[in-house]
Design a protein around this ligand. Structure first.
Ligand code: SF4
Length: 197
């Protein structure tokens, strides 16, 4: 068995839905090479390989303020948005710690499975998930203040996916501390899609 257990390291309220939690968990070994094999088994995942994107900022090893490692595999499981990096996992919109532990136990089993059966699986290094404008909209302030020059946050979300805006064009998102969680999650999602952050 490659992995015994993936341990939760940090739990926070989920900024997209305050009735849920988001968390970071530590994978005890580097699973970079397994992610294309896990991608092959998941119907709704997106995989971003090495190269591009930002690395963890110095001095913020235990903070959600870090940006994106590579490679990364993002997928949904029910309402939960899960991203697996080489040595860590982030889960957003989990019900509670017990719910997240179930997801992590499932992920542990899946990683061990692909490790054991990788000779039989054709790895996939391309994404299959489609992020919708409404998913991005949920990570914006949703005030329709028009500072970005668009009529609404939803219009801005659509243009973000078309690479006609960058997250920083939403000034309130970067200016106001109350949007810190949304900002960080938006940057993670953008980077996982290979879009500019
Ligand atoms: S600046 Fe940000 S909050 Fe204001 S409308 Fe544009 S996307 Fe929405």
């Amino acid at each position: 068995m490659l992995i015994d257990r993936i341990e939760i390291e940090q739990v926070e309220p989920c900024f997209a839905d305050e009735t849920k939690i988001r968390l970071i968990a530590r994978i005890p070994t580097d699973v970079s090479e397994l992610l294309p094999f896990l991608n092959a088994l998941l119907a709704n995942a997106t995989y971003v390989g090495e190269g591009g994107g930002k690395r963890k900022r110095a001095g913020q090893a235990n903070s959600t303020a870090y940006a994106v490692d590579r490679p990364a595999l993002t997928f949904t499981r029910g309402p939960r948005l899960i991203t697996v990096y080489p040595r860590r996992v982030t889960i957003a919109k989990a019900d509670d710690v017990a719910d997240a532990e179930e997801v992590l136990a499932w992920l542990t089993e899946r990683l061990n499975y692909v490790h054991q059966h990788r000779e039989e699986i054709e790895p996939v290094t391309e994404g299959k998930i489609k992020i919708k404008p409404l998913d991005i909209y949920g990570l914006l302030p949703q005030t329709n203040c028009r500072e970005c020059g668009e009529q609404s946050c939803l219009a801005f979300a659509l243009l973000l996916l078309q690479e006609r805006h960058r997250p920083r064009d939403c000034s309130p998102l970067y200016r106001e501390e109350r949007w810190k969680g949304k900002r960080e999650r938006l940057e993670e999602v953008m980077a996982s899609l290979g879009l500019p952050t």
